[in-house]
Structures are given as C-alpha cells and as structure tokens.
Design a protein around this ligand. Structure first.
Ligand code: ADP
Length: 250
C-alpha cells in the first residue's frame, strides 16, 4: 500500500531520516522499532504530510503522495493518530468523535438557517456512529465523560476511535502503548487486531514494548541512524546481530 523510496529529511546538517526505503503491505500490521533518535517519528511525520521531505518519494497504491498535506491524505484514508488537543479536553468522548468527519452541513451559516432538517439527520447519523465506535472500543460507559478526565490508556483508545469515524485505509500509530497499564494495553491491542481483521485496516506502528509488538506486528522494521537496518518477524529481529548492536550502542 505504501512505498517509501530513498527518503531523506534533514534538519540543517543533521540527517534525521537518511535514505530510508521500506514498504507497508496492504492488510499488514507493520511495526517500526529502533533506538531513540533513529528517525522513526520524523519518518512518520513525512509520510503523514506533517513534515516535507528533503528528498525521496512516498507512494500510496502507486500514486505519488510525497509532500501532500495531512487533510488531503486524510481524504485518501491515510491517518496519523494525534494526542487529543488541549482545546478538545473539555468536550465529551462522544463529542470528540462526532467532530472528526468534515463537510457537515451545519458548518455553513446558510445551511444552519435553511436546512435544519438535514443537519438534524446528519447529527443523528454521527451520534449513532460515535456510539458504535465507543461500543467497539468497549468504552461506552465513558461517552459523556470529558476527554480531559480520561486515563492515558483511555485517551489512546479515543484517539484510535477518531480514526474509525472516517473511512481509514491505513493508520499510523505513534507509541499507542506508551505509559498504558497492561489491562488497557490488551484492550488497545484487541481493538487494533479487530480493526485489522474485521474492517481491513492496515496499520504501521511505532512501539517500544516488544511484547506488544510481538503480539500484533508482522513484519517488524528496524530503523537506526535514519536508515532501515533490518526487517523480519519479531523472532528474526530479536536475533539479528546488527539490531542487537544498534540497541546496545545507545
Ligand atoms: P525517534 O522517533 O526514532 O526517536 P526522531 O525522528 O524523533 O527519532 O528524531 C531523530 C533525530 O532527529 C533526533 O536526533 C532528533 O533530535 C532530531 N530531530 C527531530 N526533529 C527535529 C527538529 N524539528 N529539529 C531538529 N532536529 C530534530
């Protein structure tokens, strides 16, 4: 689905991503690991249109998407999860989900005055969808809770839920398991697996927790010093000498 070819992203003279090439297969849950500073987040940000590449190419299903802005990629079904922004923390979980899809009729003043029936219909459909998403993620009981009151893991589930409000094809997850307790980590893992198997989502995830990666990801891509160092199953990666050396060197 995604092909990254000889991608570079430099900051001044520093090569954060230094000629990385990789592929993310349709239907896979691809893990991206590597020591701190390897360039994983920068690579994610370039693919997701948050940062411009210095050079190189990114394609999605054969179409050149290099440097396209996030909202255009969003329209193509390529999403990157973001932390719930501060200004949304006083909104409920349900409201946070309902505001994800753009292009709602109520957004224009004209429609607000003259097409109230349509707006009400759209809102009812969004509400239904938001409740389905909350149910899927097993957090229905939190629907009226303000996002700011959620635990770290619950916030991660809500972030995942936001990708379910639109027709996502591929979702980039940045450390979805960081600082999350085991029980919620399992819930998040279950949701990712079900989205992958039942709804055909492709995932690419940066993660440090090897047990979590081992449960979810195949293949696992290892980055070091801005390049792809190795790729394989979790077992292959763990016994790869170059990988062990890269981790020990930091
Ligand atoms: P990782 O996610 O693998 O830990 P990052 O992509 O966050 O790695 O960072 C790779 C390197 O690029 C780090 O050394 C980091 O300090 C540097 N870097 C990242 N973003 C910037 C930036 N905006 N300006 C300068 N250096 C940056």
């Amino acid at each position: 689905m995604i092909r990254v070819e000889n991608l570079h992203r430099h900051f001044g003279g520093f090569r954060a991503v230094d000629g990385a090439s990789l592929e993310i297969a349709t239907g896979s849950i691809t893990g991206l690991v590597g020591p701190n500073g390897a360039g994983k987040t920068t690579l994610f940000n370039v693919i997701a249109g948050v940062l411009e590449p210095t050079s190189g190419r990114v394609t999605m299903d054969g179409e050149d998407i290099t440097g396209l802005p996030p909202h255009v990629l969003f329209g193509k079904g390529l999403l990157r999860t973001f932390q719930i922004a501060h200004e949304f923390s006083s909104m409920t979980c349900r409201e946070n989900l309902m505001m994800v899809p753009g292009g709602q009729s109520g957004e224009t003043l004209w429609n607000a005055w003259f097409h109230r029936g349509r707006i009400a219909q759209e809102e009812a459909a969004l509400l239904k969808k938001a409740d389905e998403v909350l149910d899927f993620l097993t957090i229905s009981h939190l629907k009226d809770e303000k996002a700011g009151n959620l635990s770290g893991g619950q916030k991660k589930l809500l972030e995942l839920g936001r990708t379910m409000m639109v027709d996502a094809k591929i979702v980039f997850l940045d450390e979805v398991g960081a600082g999350v307790n085991r029980t919620l980590l399992n819930t998040i893992g279950d949701a990712i697996l079900r989205l992958n198997r039942e709804r055909g989502y492709t995932f690419c995830m940066i993660e440090h927790d090897m047990a979590f990666i081992g449960r979810l990801c195949d293949p696992v891509i290892v980055m070091a010093e801005g390049k792809v160092l190795a790729e394989g199953t979790i077992q292959e990666i763990k016994s790869n000498e170059a990988v062990i050396e890269a981790y020990l060197g930091t």
